[in-house]
Design a protein around this ligand. Structure first.
Ligand code: HEC
Ligand code: HEC
Ligand code: HEC
Ligand code: HEC
Ligand code: HEC
Ligand code: HEC
Length: 441
């Protein structure tokens, strides 16, 4: 392993970062694998006599010689940028100054903006009752990123249905910073083997061949993954899922949708830390099938998903049935199929010709965070998500606000990734109905 800190390398890297920021485009950094060591590490926390990490004095870098107080702060040094006015490529967090009270976070990636963890709401559910709250912590995965004001969950000390410690939760709990995991030509996933030629996440990305592999979906950790800082006992048992994201994945969905072709294995991957969630081990309200084989939609639900446009409108067809607020897995790990879903037929609904369509964890949740409790894609704690033509039901700013529950209309709209309320019926019930005709089917 080469750990030499050469000024030239640092300069090239800084130029790259500056260029990336100026052009607003996602310049490759990780390239599906480890990327430049100096992007995250600093050997002496010194560059031309100035500290690289503001919180540490020159000569003392962070843990593991990191350019931040902790691993996630290093990630956010690139993945959050104050002053972003709109969704910006690979940014997954909004700076505090860019989301004052009443204004939502600005990033719209499939995983979601961690800024929602800093938004808390209070409302009165029914006249004459006590106020309820929706804490920031309940909006997703609480990453510990001290330099950016993110702290461990104060209610959940471990992963529900599992025992992963919340105190150690960060970007590198899920993503391998060194991008070791790769997809080989035969479709298998390994932590070593042929060299990685690029990201394996995107529709236009390269395919593996016998000479070279590609990175796994979103650099996620695979079997055996366990950050060194965490100590033993938490090694992953499942590999990253098969999935393909569009090249432009961080965007408003006010006009067209962002199609991620989820293929297979997402639910098992989440079970690395939530082994017993929504299973018989927990009480019924939290019991829902997810992943293969129990989550298979079956012919009846496939048909229904394809026909359902909104409450009261069942005139949809397979070709335009996709709703990114209620995604499903195509039920295949065939990358040609997944890439063609993203690039050629982005609005295609579940179809038995593509695989075995399946309900999965990300049908209902976002992987990072969302505007709603439980990191849900929609507000599941209300009867109607649209009322009086508004997400807030017209009660925004009032104490009595059962619908959007303390959020402003703008915040609620952003939580729905800018889908206009006209996408839905008025009133519109929760999105469980995209698959279920009523509570019993
Ligand atoms: C995307 C950010 C990132 C990049 C790029 C990166 N590292 Fe790291 N590295 C980390 C983080 C975060 C940790 C702390 C891991 C933990 O919490 O256990 C770490 C830990 C380490 C460690 C000690 C722990 C271990 O896992 O062995 C070594 C050695 C290391 N990195 C070497 C390198 C080298 C060499 C490169 C370039 C090839 C590199 N890193 C590139 C983020 C990065
Ligand atoms: C020096 C800046 C920089 C740092 C530090 C950095 N990233 Fe990135 N990251 C990028 C850029 C640029 C992209 C988009 C282009 C690409 O994929 O290389 C990206 C993309 C990604 C992606 C999507 C990659 C794919 O193949 O789909 C993930 C996941 C990610 N970063 C996670 C992390 C994590 C976790 C850390 C901290 C351990 C981190 N990044 C640190 C610059 C950075
Ligand atoms: C609980 C696990 C988990 C944690 C923690 C996590 N990620 Fe992710 N991340 C994922 C998954 C899963 C996806 C794929 C989401 C999808 O396609 O729906 C993803 C996607 C991404 C992407 C691609 C854009 C997107 O949002 O879809 C980037 C960039 C990224 N993560 C960076 C980060 C950074 C930086 C952190 C820490 C600040 C972080 N992640 C923390 C699991 C995690
Ligand atoms: C590396 C371990 C890890 C992985 C992998 C992981 N989680 Fe978590 N998850 C946690 C921990 C720890 C908590 C409790 C602390 C918190 O909420 O941040 C948690 C909490 C949650 C919550 C409750 C959030 C809230 O605020 O109420 C949901 C929902 C969730 N996870 C869903 C998922 C989904 C879906 C996936 C797969 C995309 C996933 N998790 C993958 C560790 C993990
Ligand atoms: C059909 C929708 C659906 C699916 C599929 C689903 N969940 Fe959930 N999940 C929910 C709802 C609804 C809640 C309660 C959210 C709230 O209001 O806090 C929840 C809550 C959770 C919680 C928090 C539990 C707690 O004690 O607070 C975790 C963790 C979680 N889900 C993880 C997962 C994982 C992992 C998967 C995949 C194996 C998954 N979910 C699949 C709908 C779903
Ligand atoms: C992507 C489609 C999809 C969505 C969205 C969805 N479900 Fe399901 N649901 C299924 C499938 C598939 C099954 C299992 C097969 C069946 O029961 O027909 C199921 C089963 C159920 C069951 C029976 C569970 C059992 O153990 O018998 C209940 C109750 C349920 N869902 C409630 C919900 C609720 C509540 C929501 C919204 C939070 C929801 N579902 C969202 C697809 C979905």
């Amino acid at each position: 392993m080469r750990l030499t800190c050469h000024k030239l390398v640092v300069m090239i890297l800084l130029t790259l970062v500056v260029f990336t920021v100026i052009s607003g485009k996602a310049k490759a950094f990780h390239q599906g694998g480890a990327g430049e060591c100096e992007g995250c590490h600093t050997m002496h926390n010194s560059y031309e006599g100035m500290p690289v990490t503001p919180t540490n004095p020159v000569g003392t870098a962070g843990v593991f010689l990191l350019k931040g107080s902790d691993a996630s702060s290093v990630c956010l040094s690139c993945h959050q940028k104050s002053g972003d006015t709109s969704p910006a490529s690979f940014h997954v967090s909004t700076a505090d100054t860019d989301m004052p009270l009443g204004s939502p976070p600005r990033q719209l990636t499939p995983g979601g903006d961690f800024g929602w963890l800093k938004k808390a709401y209070t409302w009165i559910p029914a006249l004459g009752t006590l106020p309820l709250t929706s804490s920031g912590d309940s909006h997703g995965h609480n990453i510990v990123a001290q330099d950016y004001g993110y702290f461990a969950d104060s209610y959940k000390t471990t992963s529900p249905g599992g025992f992963y410690p919340s105190a150690s939760m960060g970007c590198t709990s899920c993503h391998d910073p060194h991008g070791k995991y790769r997809r080989l030509a035969d479709g298998s996933i390994a932590a070593g083997g042929t060299s990685i030629k690029g990201s394996g996440s995107l529709a236009s990305g390269p395919d593996p061949d016998t000479q070279q592999s590609v990175g796994v979906y979103r650099l996620l950790g695979g079997v055996g993954y366990n950050p060194k800082s965490l100590g033993g006992g938490f090694a992953f048992s499942y590999n990253p899922p098969a999935a393909v994201a569009p090249d432009t994945y961080n965007r408003s969905e006010s006009l067209t949708q962002t199609r991620v072709a989820y293929g297979s294995g997402m639910s098992d991957w989440c079970r690395n830390c939530h082994a017993n969630i929504h299973t018989d081990a927990l009480p019924t309200p939290l019991k829902h099938p997810a992943g293969s084989p129990n989550g298979s939609l079956g012919a009846r639900i496939i048909n229904y998903y394809d026909q359902y446009i909104k409450d009261g409108n069942l005139t949809g067809m397979e070709a335009n049935a996709w709703l990114s607020l209620v995604p499903f897995e195509a039920g295949t790990s065939n990358y040609a199929t997944l890439k063609s879903l993203v690039a050629a037929t982005p609005t295609k609904g579940p179809s038995a010709t593509d695989g075995t369509p399946t309900v999965m964890c990300l049908t209902c949740h976002r992987a990072h965070a969302s505007g709603w409790d439980g990191s849900m894609r929609w507000n599941n704690r209300t009867i109607n998500i649209v009322l009086n033509g508004l997400y807030t039901g017209g009660q925004a700013g009032q104490a009595f606000q059962p619908n959007a529950q303390g959020r402003t209309e703008q915040e609620a709209l952003r939580s729905y990734y800018d889908f206009p309320t006209a996408t839905f019926a008025n009133p519109q019930r929760t999105l469980c109905y995209k698959c279920h005709l009523n509570g019993s089917e």
